[in-house]
Ligand binder design. Structure first.
Ligand SMILES: NC(=O)c1ccc[n+]([C@@H]2O[C@H](COP(=O)([O-])OP(=O)(O)OC[C@H]3O[C@@H](n4cnc5c(N)ncnc54)[C@H](OP(=O)(O)O)[C@@H]3O)[C@@H](O)[C@H]2O)c1
Length: 255
């Protein structure tokens, strides 16, 4: 399959994978950073027929893969893992080469956030993982499930009934996993926004209008706050727009 041409929204040459990677790279990997990546229809739907596949375009997939290569850990809510039928995450050869050249381990860690732990320890996601996965859960998670999952994954506890996303970030940073990349889903993103733990939002606008029905890319208890984000870049490819928003720099105190 030919690669979809991607360029800056305001024009310019088609970008190579390396150039796209540079556009998404952070200045200092030692600084903890949490990026989320979502796709949406132009009328705000987060799914088509309850899945993201129908919203995806070749350029969205290309950037989706590039974002995986940049991180230390890919973090996903259990609802998305179940709905999207995630399998074991394994980056392809070009991505592994790029990671080696940049002094990173071949594969990022895969991490799942879940309170109820309805996750099968025998699932391929654990059994065939190239790196031991992480499960982030809560003190009140069912003990038996927690013990079974601890056989196949590192289980981190980051809250009593609900995973506190700031605490989770701290636990990941303590393990050297500073660059966190979340592929969703909406409830987890809602928690990130409510708890103000997101540094970057990558949003693909797909050239489809879905009409009423599908949920948005955030869900859960309303935060009641608005988080301003600064546009870092906008790319386009055949009607798909790929936006990168980052947490705005803290304003210097007025003299
Ligand atoms: N448009 C997009 O880019 C995009 C991206 C991802 C997903 N999606 C879509 O979103 C839908 C799934 O939505 P969703 O909201 O269920 O996804 P989700 O946020 O991935 O999953 C929610 C589940 O994740 C766990 N979870 C999330 N935050 C938690 C926290 N702070 N503490 C403890 N557990 C937490 C819980 O799992 P337990 O129930 O196991 O406790 C919760 O039920 C699917 O249709 C999927 O296709 C769309």
């Amino acid at each position: 399959m030919t690669e979809p041409g991607i360029s800056l929204l305001q024009g310019g040459a088609t970008l190579s994978d390396d150039e796209i990677t540079d556009l998404y790279a952070v200045d200092d990997r030692a600084v903890p950073w949490l990026r989320v990546n979502f796709v949406s229809s132009i009328d705000g739907a987060g799914t088509h027929d309850a899945l993201t596949a129908g919203l995806g375009t070749p350029s969205d997939k290309r950037v989706f893969d590039i974002l995986r290569r940049l991180c230390d850990v890919v973090l996903v809510g259990a609802g998305t893992v179940r709905a999207e039928g995630y399998g074991p995450m394994r980056l392809d050869e070009p991505a592994v080469r790029w990671r080696r050249e940049h002094g990173l381990p071949d594969q990022p860690v895969f991490a799942i956030v879940s309170a109820g732990l309805e996750l099968d320890p025998a699932h391929r996601i654990f059994a065939e993982a190239p790196v031991r996965p992480i499960v982030v859960t809560v003190e009140q998670a069912p003990g038996e499930r927690r013990r079974a999952l601890a056989e196949v994954a590192d289980v981190l506890v980051a809250g009593a009934e609900h995973v506190d996303t700031a605490r989770m970030r701290l636990l990941l940073t303590e393990r050297g996993l500073t660059q966190v990349h979340s592929e969703g889903g909406p409830h987890l993103f809602g928690d990130f926004l409510r708890e103000d733990t997101v540094d970057e939002v990558c949003l693909t606008l797909s050239p489809f209008a879905e009409g009423p029905g599908a949920g948005r890319i955030t869900a859960g208890t309303p935060a009641g706050v608005q988080r301003p984000m600064a546009l870092a870049h906008a790319l386009s490819s055949d009607g798909t727009v790929l936006l990168r928003y980052v947490r705005p720099p803290v304003q210097a105190a007025m003299a």
